[in-house]
Design a protein. Structure first.
Ligand SMILES: [Zn+2]
Length: 139
């Protein structure tokens, strides 16, 4: 199992650090419960604007397999996530970011586990009910 990769998100962004990993889904504590097989490439890049605004650029890609909730057979699924998560430094900035269309923001935490972040992103992107299309299901 993969261990937590804890960073100080302020420092991670301000010094433009990045973290990337290419691993089998079986080593992710929570993803291993969702996916029967596959691998993921994950990259998180910290960025700070000239004005000091912090954000993380998150990329997660890979071909994995879920279990179909109707027939329990294997259901191929492609993970393809690429977006920015803004780290607001205070409530005022968070409100301003939240008001921007399509902008995803959280209050900057003291510590951030990059493995948990990647898992959250993947789990949120999954369909509520993963099933084969009509006619392709064994049930
Ligand atoms: Zn099915």
């Amino acid at each position: 199992m993969m261990h937590a990769v804890e960073v100080d998100p302020r420092r991670f962004c301000k010094s433009g650090q990045s973290w990337e990993v290419r691993e089998d889904v079986a080593v992710f504590p929570r993803l291993s419960l969702e996916f029967t097989q596959g691998g993921l490439f994950c990259r998180v890049v910290g960025e700070a604007s000239d004005a000091g605004a912090l954000s993380l650029r998150i990329e997660i890609r890979g071909d994995v397999a879920l279990s179909c909730q109707r027939c329990l057979g294997e259901l191929p699924y492609t993970v393809d996530i690429a977006h920015a998560l803004h780290l607001a430094r205070d409530e005022t900035e968070l409100e301003r970011l939240d008001a921007m269309p399509g902008c995803e923001a959280i209050l900057v935490p003291a510590r951030l586990d990059l493995v948990a972040l990647v898992e959250d992103e993947v789990l949120l992107s999954l369909p509520l009910a993963a099933m084969h299309a009509e006619g392709e299901c064994a049930a």
